[in-house]
Design a protein around this ligand. Structure first.
Ligand code: MLT
Length: 406
């Protein structure tokens, strides 16, 4: 008899963003006259930078000629891309990361979801609440939790975010083995300073723990005193893995390119206490289950690092941040308390009511989609996340409509 992985039965019925998409589709069927503005899922809306498109086209043409055609690429990614990532994203900011410590992939979602395969099933995991659901759900699927009771999975140590701690969780009150952190944060949009990040790295050293650091939104950091990478903090090379993505940085959500950094000095342990290189284990996993990213896409990603590519990507980010500024200003004028949105494309709004109720109000009365905070965990109840990914015209229109219904 073929049997299922019963851990899947512990999951909530559907992935948060699928559930929202379904509710929006149902509403649109019922109200075809209503033009809907989506400020829900963090999906980019602006075209790829011209430099990326040009590089993409050139690479596609190379694939059309036997003499320049490429088949399978190198396991870790093409050296032309790895070298630029290492130099511009890390070394230029004083982070000691070399190109052989970077592994290219098709998404930070896949990597941050798949990485848990490297760890034992009986480790103690600390996960923020509210949280990007992928970290939690993938551990549920792998059997690292008990049942879902009163909005919480048994066996997980939840790192609670609240108005009081500014949604930056305190250090765990007890030793843990694996810690998920995301800054700028999804969903709250908050950022972390170097000293506070240092405290997490020190904690990981003290307990032989590992930090999984999701930096997918680093490009939105405008305050240059804030760390863009955990490797800007002392000692992180031994205790942290970092996830990065071109999705939000340069509009690659539909094009797919990302990378994971695992320093050669980053170790985990066997039951007997022997040190194992996580870099080697991840590479072993990826070479078994993945064939890297297509050549044209890696060429398009490489173009992000050219002079024009950098300027054009920055213009995209600046555009989204103008939206974020507008959303914050309008909500503040209405008396709503906002967190995030200063160095992040997400604005976390105290909705002063149940978050799904607020979601329904905005959808049904204003035709605007947001993301209910409760979907990110128990501590997200009472909040909604508004995303700045849309055109300025649509954001202005959305805010005008929201003003009328609040
Ligand atoms: C989000 O809206 O949280 C993101 O778009 C999800 C993702 O990047 O996978």
């Amino acid at each position: 008899m073929i049997r299922v992985n019963e851990n899947y039965l512990k999951l909530q019925t559907s992935y948060l963003f699928s559930e929202i998409a379904q509710r929006v589709a149902d509403f649109q069927t019922a109200r075809p006259d209503m033009e809907i503005i989506k400020l829900g899922i963090g999906d980019v809306t602006r075209a790829l930078p011209r430099a990326c498109i040009d590089a993409f086209h050139r690479a596609v043409d190379e694939m059309a000629d036997d003499t320049t055609f490429r088949g399978y690429g190198p396991d870790q990614g093409y050296p032309f891309l790895l070298e630029k990532i290492a130099r511009q994203d890390f070394q230029a900011r004083g982070a000691d990361i070399t190109e052989d410590e970077i592994i290219v992939s098709d998404g930070a979602k896949c990597d941050s979801g798949n990485i848990q395969e490297l760890f034992a099933t009986d480790i103690k995991i600390a996960i923020p609440d509210p949280v990007y659901p992928v970290y939690l759900d993938t551990n549920v699927m792998a059997g690292r939790t008990g049942s879902f009771i009163e909005g919480r999975y048994e066996g997980i140590l939840y790192l609670e975010g609240s108005r009081e701690n500014g949604f930056i969780p305190d250090l765990p009150p007890e030793p843990v083995d694996l810690i998920y952190l995301c800054f700028p944060n999804n969903p709250t949009g908050v950022t972390i300073t170097k000293p506070r990040l240092q405290a997490w790295v020190d904690f990981a050293h003290e307990h032989n723990a590992l930090i999984l650091y999701d930096a997918a939104y680093e490009a939105f950091i405008r305050d240059d005193t804030l760390p863009k990478s955990i490797y800007e903090v002392e000692g992180a090379r031994e205790v942290a893995i970092e996830f990065r993505s071109f999705s939000k940085t340069a509009g690659f959500t539909g094009t797919r390119c990302a990378y994971t950094v695992i320093p050669k000095t980053c170790m985990a342990f066997t039951r007997n206490g022997d040190r194992q290189s996580l870099h080697d284990m991840w590479l072993r996993r990826q070479t078994t289950k993945f064939n890297s990213v297509s050549y044209p896409v890696q060429r398009a990603a490489e173009a992000v690092y050219s002079e024009e590519g950098r300027a054009q990507s920055q213009a995209l980010i600046d555009g989204y941040m103008t939206n974020a500024d507008h959303i914050r200003a309008e909500l503040a004028a209405l008396g709503y308390e906002c967190i995030g949105g200063e160095n992040s494309p997400y604005i976390w709004v105290d909705s002063r009511t149940e978050s799904w109720k607020f979601f329904d109000l905005l959808l049904e009365e204003a035709g605007v989609v947001c993301t209910p905070g409760a979907g990110f965990g128990r501590c997200g109840e009472g909040y909604v996340r508004i995303s700045a990914f849309n055109s300025f015209e649509n954001v202005q229109k959305a805010m005008q409509r929201i003003k009328k219904v609040l």
